[in-house]
Design a protein around this ligand. Structure first.
Ligand SMILES: Cc1cc2nc3c(=O)[nH]c(=O)nc-3n(C[C@H](O)[C@H](O)[C@H](O)COP(=O)(O)OP(=O)(O)OC[C@H]3O[C@@H](n4cnc5c(N)ncnc54)[C@H](O)[C@@H]3O)c2cc1C
Length: 813
């Protein structure tokens, strides 16, 4: 290949490892954002990993809105990339179809269609008759309809990868082919020495874009990345006369019930399957010799069931001759999304790997990573692909393999909002897991940990039916909510995160990292945390136990994400920050009788004077030392009790022993969600995320603008006095059988004026509730609003105030 630099630099600002589509996209985006001193090392030729044998399809659809946005960006970039690089990408904008056979799948597609309005994706719902016109070889007799994305299509994987590479080179980057990275050695100067078989490069940042070899390149710095290579087949048929006669190219198709995907390849069909018998490859390590032109031996027996299903929809294919069979490996993470961003615990070691759909996502991954390296943070919320969404638990190979196989096999199944897939579970459990299980808990999973969702009636199976509508949990969750509003709900909160911040400079450091005012000793505060751009980085609760001793609480699944931020911005001489989430368990009591119950558990003056709302006490319980915080997300009088993990069973047994006297009952996180919606309390990843700022989300009321020296202060001050375009509101929705789940559009007639962030049923107020961002110009008493749930417009109204206890008397009482 001509034109690629032969002489290796000894220093570079960034070294990207891997010349697949992802590495080349990272390199291009670095240069585009102004980082010209970036180089890429490729073991063989560009595309020598998974990229060369990809089917080349690019798709707009993704269940995560953040990833869908980046896929839309990737697709929109190709024509520009072709122009900049002068390299043909072989673009075929054929459009793409997601086909539904069952009514459940049709509901799912209609829900997706509505979400696409919010994301700005130009998709359309099409009827079976329209489908026949778009795809003459499909038997549509059992089809309900399809979702059509006009921007989708396919391309030449080689051309696309080289287009990124050439565009990067034109903007100053260098590419070293036949240069294998052997070692990555930390330097005293905080940078890295990248040792290759062609010489060494000292650099500030290393990017692991090693695709199939991402785990091996991770191990060079002692980390275990959950990116598992899986075998994948596609077949290419001989030419079909029907396609030759059609006169135009057929759209790409994902037939979700038929279990195959296909697209036109010249006048034949390329069809692939995600078979149930998902097969990992090279678990002992991917050979360094693999790639470039090497494929895996095909095994069509594994595909037979899926192919037969597919042939029912596309009968012509059953008799078509096969021209080519490809079996190639590519990597899967536990949830199918990429691993992107700074790897926790390592300075300037970046992940851009685990990318299952490099030609749909590669552009977005490259842009995100380049923004992070060059600007210090990505634009928007990218948690769904952040490498820090997983903890150490995911590094366990058994877990990573089980989850990758599960994701592969379920690739075409509906991901229900109330479904937690079973593989690799239980992975981590609370210290009272056995007791909760004995009480018939139905568990979900968060950050590897089993969490109680609700408690099934005694004698019934502890299983919730996956559904897009209200589930069989409904009646039980109602009972749990009523218990918490009228008596006491008891909730295992061991999965919440708890960070201990101590040291002589702890207050000073926290004052800079948190945007809110620090609490006095014995008190707690809600303390938002901001990025320099003013985007939200946390909705934390900060407790102060002593002058230099704080405990910060937050959402459990953000532990690695928060700790990465704290390690970078908080820890310094005189400040330590320790993640104690696994060492401490917790129980929350909530409800009007919770004080009386607590009085029986703790030798403590629990009066409102001694332990007021947002008060914190360190006490000695019979089970050992504990922290008691008077707070509750339910909006009720409530307490969170934290004890060392080993003391939790004793505490739990004591509480349960006296529970009947207070009509107290076990509750799960579903109940807590319903209770907090009745109070219009926002939570992370729903109302709060990096997509929003303090002002937009209403968290500005907890920002201490006076202190003027916190991260994000300038940005927060800039937006403080300007009216935000959107505001967070509570909504009541007229809906009989289903509730909003998130990202549904809110309409004023035909105009979209906002979107939902979360929804559920308010069992104590008897209405379907939602929260969401609405254009600020819409007055609170506006009539005629509606929200699309499962494809149907349902009337909704802005709640003038929280439907339960708007003044907060119950939690303060
Ligand atoms: C059969 C099949 C069909 C597919 N179809 C599609 C599709 O239709 N659409 C889609 O979007 N995706 C598809 N994919 C997935 C797609 O191929 C991958 O998502 C994509 O190629 C990942 O790109 P990457 O750059 O992350 O990894 P890779 O392509 O694996 O690139 C990694 C590169 O790193 C290099 N490298 C590794 N270690 C080192 C080292 N130590 N030193 C130097 N270099 C190193 C390797 O040589 C390699 O070139 C398909 C995959 C397969 C197998």
């Amino acid at each position: 290949m001509r034109g690629y630099t032969a002489v290796m630099k000894s220093h570079a600002q960034v070294v990207v490892i891997g010349g697949g589509v992802v590495g080349c996209s990272v390199l291009y985006h670095l240069t585009r954002l102004g980082c010209k001193d970036a180089v890429l090392c490729e073991r063989k030729e560009l595309t020598a990993g998974s990229s060369w044998h990809a089917a080349g399809g690019f798709h707009a659809f993704n269940s995560d809105p953040g990833v869908a946005r980046l896929q839309a960006y990737t697709i929109s970039l190709y024509p520009e990339l072709e122009k900049i690089s002068g390299q043909s990408i072989g673009l075929h904008h054929t459009g793409g179809l997601l086909v539904a056979e069952t009514s459940e799948r049709w509901d799912f597609l209609r829900t997706d269609w509505a979400r696409h309005r919010v994301l700005g994706l130009a998709t359309e719902l099409v009827s079976p008759a329209q489908l026949r016109d778009l795809c003459p070889i499909m038997d549509t007799s059992r089809v309900r309809g399809a979702l059509y994305a006009p921007d989708e299509g396919h391309l030449d994987p080689y051309g696309a990868t080289h287009a990124y590479a050439k565009a990067a080179r034109l903007q100053g980057a260098e590419i070293y082919r036949h240069t294998r990275v052997l070692e990555i050695v930390p330097m005293d100067s905080n940078g890295w020495r990248v040792v290759t078989d062609q010489g060494n490069i000292a650099c500030e940042h290393v990017v692991n874009a090693a695709g199939l070899w991402a785990r091996e390149v991770g191990r060079m710095v002692g980390i275990e990345l959950p990116a598992i290579p899986m075998e994948h087949h596609y077949l290419i048929t001989q030419d079909l006369p029907q396609l030759a006669q059609a006169g135009r190219e057929m759209p790409g198709i994902l037939d979700l019930d038929g279990e195959i995907y296909l697209r036109q390849e010249r006048n034949g069909i390329l069809l692939g399957v995600y078979e149930k018998q998902a097969t990992p490859w090279a678990l002992g390590g991917v050979p360094w010799e693999h790639g470039e032109t090497e494929l895996l031996a095909p095994n069509l027996d594994r595909l037979v069931d899926s192919l037969n299903k597919g042939f029912q929809r596309f009968p012509l294919l059953a008799d078509a001759g096969i021209r080519r069979i490809v079996n190639g490996p590519f990597t899967f993470t536990p949830d199918g999304n990429p691993l992107v961003g700074p790897v926790p615990g390592l300075r300037n070691y970046w992940a851009a790997c685990g990318v299952m759909a490099g030609f749909s996502q590669g552009g977005g991954v490259g842009l995100t990573l380049a923004q992070w390296i060059v600007n210090g943070e990505p634009d928007g919320d990218v948690l769904a692909m952040d490498v820090a969404r997983f903890g150490r638990y995911a590094a366990n190979p058994d877990y990573a393999v089980a989850k990758a196989r599960e994701f592969y096999a379920r690739r075409f199944q509906i991901a229900y909002p109330n479904e937690y897939w079973p593989a690799g579970r239980p992975c981590k459990t609370s210290a009272i897991h056995d007791r909760l299980a004995a009480a018939n808990a139905v568990f979900g999973q968060s950050f590897g940990q089993e969490i109680p969702l609700y408690f099934a009636p005694a004698g019934e199976a502890a299983t919730e039916t996956p559904t897009l509508r209200r589930s069989n949990a409904f009646a039980q969750v109602r009972n749990e909510c009523l218990a918490a509003r009228n008596a006491v709900g008891i909730l295992d909160i061991s999965s919440f995160s708890k960070y201990a911040v101590t040291g002589s400079s702890a207050s000073e450091a926290l004052d800079r990292v948190l945007a809110g005012r620090l609490p006095a000793i014995g008190r707690m505060r809600l303390t938002p945390m901001l990025a320099p751009s003013g985007r939200l980085m946390g909705d934390l609760t900060t407790m102060r136990l002593a002058e230099d001793h704080y405990v910060i609480g937050g959402s459990g699944y953000l532990q690695a994400w928060h700790m990465r931020w704290f390690d970078e911005h908080l820890v310094r001489p005189g400040v330590t920050c320790t993640n104690t989430s696994d060492e401490y368990g917790g129980i929350a009591l909530m409800g009007p009788r919770s004080r009386d119950l607590l009085a029986q558990v703790a030798r403590l003056d629990v009066s409102n004077q001694a332990l007021p709302f947002m008060g914190v006490a360190r006490v000695e319980l019979s089970s050992g030392p504990a922290i008691i915080a008077r707070v509750s997300v339910s909006g009720e009088l409530g307490y969170e009790i934290y004890v060392p993990r080993e003391a939790l069973p004793g505490l739990f047994d004591k509480i349960r022993g006296i529970a009947p006297a207070f009509d107290a009952r076990l509750i799960g996180l579903y109940a807590l969600n319903s209770l907090r919606l009745e109070k219009c309390f926002g939570i992370w990843s729903r109302e709060f995320s990096r997509d929003y700022t303090a002002r937009m989300s209403g968290l500005d009321r907890f920002v201490d603008y006076g202190k003027q020296d916190f991260i994000g202060c300038d940005a927060a001050l800039r937006e403080r006095d300007a009216a935000p375009a959107h505001r967070l509101v509570g909504l009541s929705v007229d809906s009989e059988d289903a509730d909003a789940t998130g990202y549904e559009p809110v309409w004023d007639g035909s105009e979209m004026v906002g979107f939902v962030t979360s929804g559920g049923y308010g069992h104590c107020v008897g209405m379907s509730l939602a929260m969401g961002y609405l254009q600020s110009r819409i007055p609170a008493d506006h009539r005629g609003l509606s929200v699309t749930i499962l494809g149907e417009r349902r009337p909704c109204r802005v709640l003038p105030q929280a439907p339960i206890d708007p003044r907060g008397a119950r939690m303060r009482g």
